[in-house]
Design a binder for this molecule. Sequence first.
Ligand code: ARG
Length: 586
Amino acid sequence: MTNIINDLTKIVSEAFEECGYDKSLGAVSVSDRLDLCQFQCNGAFAGAKLYKKAPFMIADEVAEKISKNEIFKSVEMVKPGFINITLNDESILKKILEIADDINLGIPQSDKCETIVLDYGGPNVAKPLHIGHLRSAIIGESLKRIARAMGNRVISDVHLGDWGLQIGLVIAELSERNPGWICFSPEFNPDKDKVDPINVDELNEIYPFASQKSKSDDDFKEKARTITAELQSGHKGYMAVWKEIMRVSVKDLKENYQKLYVDFDLWYGESDADKYVDELIDRLNEKGLLYESDGAMVVDVEEETDKTSIPPVIIKKSDNSNIYATTDLATIIQRQKDFNPDRIWYVVDKRQGLHLTQVFRCAKKAGIVPKSTELAHLAIGTMNGKDGKPYKTRDGGVMRLSDLLNTVIEAAYEKMSDENFESVEEKREAAQKVAVAAVKFGDLSNHITKDYIFDIEKFLSFEGKTGTYLIYTVTRINSILRNLGIDEDNPIKFKGIYSDVERELMLNIILSGEAFKHSFDERAPSVICDNAYRLASLFSTFYHDNHIMGETDEDKQSTWISLCILVKKLLVKHLDVLGIKAVERM
Ligand code: ARG
């Protein structure tokens, strides 16, 4: 399907050319004064400089040329040199029908299906998910869906932190609590001995306990360090407990992500990169990049244009152990081998900027990925409480993701009235979806790098720019269709445009594809949020102004019903790429 901005740009560019000017001046954009016109072209201003002519003269000639085209209602030159363009209603209706017929609802498909590896989530095994992981999960999931909606191949990887000191701490504590476990005995034989089961509540309690203990008990800390190193070199007993910890922890993580409709294609962890570390070292040595500094092995990544100093990246510590950067680099080798991606995107806290800069530079220097591969840190801001500081529990602790979500689900449940539902189960299910919508939209409607304030009351409001309002709008459409006894497969008929707000709504539908493209190009789900809100607000005005149910003119009523169906489909599509599910009633 062609896109309206491209169609118009083509027409106007040709007119510039026919008038003897450069084609490239014909770029058309959406008008920033919709009360005056729908689209505009400002190319005459640049033309004026090139051709030493007043802009209005150029604009006049071009406007004159295109005004003959029958798709326009009006084309006007407005001084000092704008070209204001308005489509006629037939052209709008034609385009709307095309969109209704298109399986992608007018969302432009990438010319070249790009392969994108998306690294988001980044939870750490044995530590419960906390709200620090919320943004990365929400934003990453949405970017994945946006990129896919535009026809790209996206592989999402949770990239578990499963290989670090936190595991050593947990195993050290388990060994102190259960000295009799067979896996801690030198006689342990993985082929016949079974590891004792661990339960998730114990696991979630152990990590903070052990972490606290290591701060005051040096022997314990040392023990955890040793265990980590032994685990990483393949100690059989520790490997066996590690597998059990992984089993319990991953199951719990999956359940939690599922509640947020977040899902990953790959559940790889840092440990999976281990087998690529030797290759990494070889590559760095071949290129002569690795050198010793204070006992550690490092690579310089500073560049001449740096304004602040970027320290060398450490690949091996003085005790020969691998660190965070080693793992990230080895993971890039794995991703390159498995997927040969055009882009690798990291949806990670902005405070990890230096680390990722070092890693990306080192990867490019070592030729681990081709120069053309985009390695990008999509840096995310912090979710703050009403005090403007990072969101905390009442007693100042880090809040668990499941606790946060449960609080919002309860609040959503309380807010909705029983009589709108057929059963308590339906209401429960709706509360879950409303809560996710509220939390996600509250997050995604901000630019990803910006910090924002988590405000349950605001996010759950049925009015204003909230996820709640958006899914509420869908339920209003559901109720119209239910009352008319019509389903979404009803034949679409657009017979005319009967009011200004309809025209504006239709125009917005036509431009939604642009919003998708823009949001993909800018890596900005917030653009989808803005567009969804605009669609929903226009729909609300349209619905308020017109009495769809009682309309006796058949053409009018069927056009309005078709508009309801199309707006619903498009809103649901917007919500879908935001990772939000609509509900039947609320
Ligand atoms: N597990 C890390 C943390 O909690 C985040 C991982 C981010 N992804 C990456 N490839 N470094 O800080």
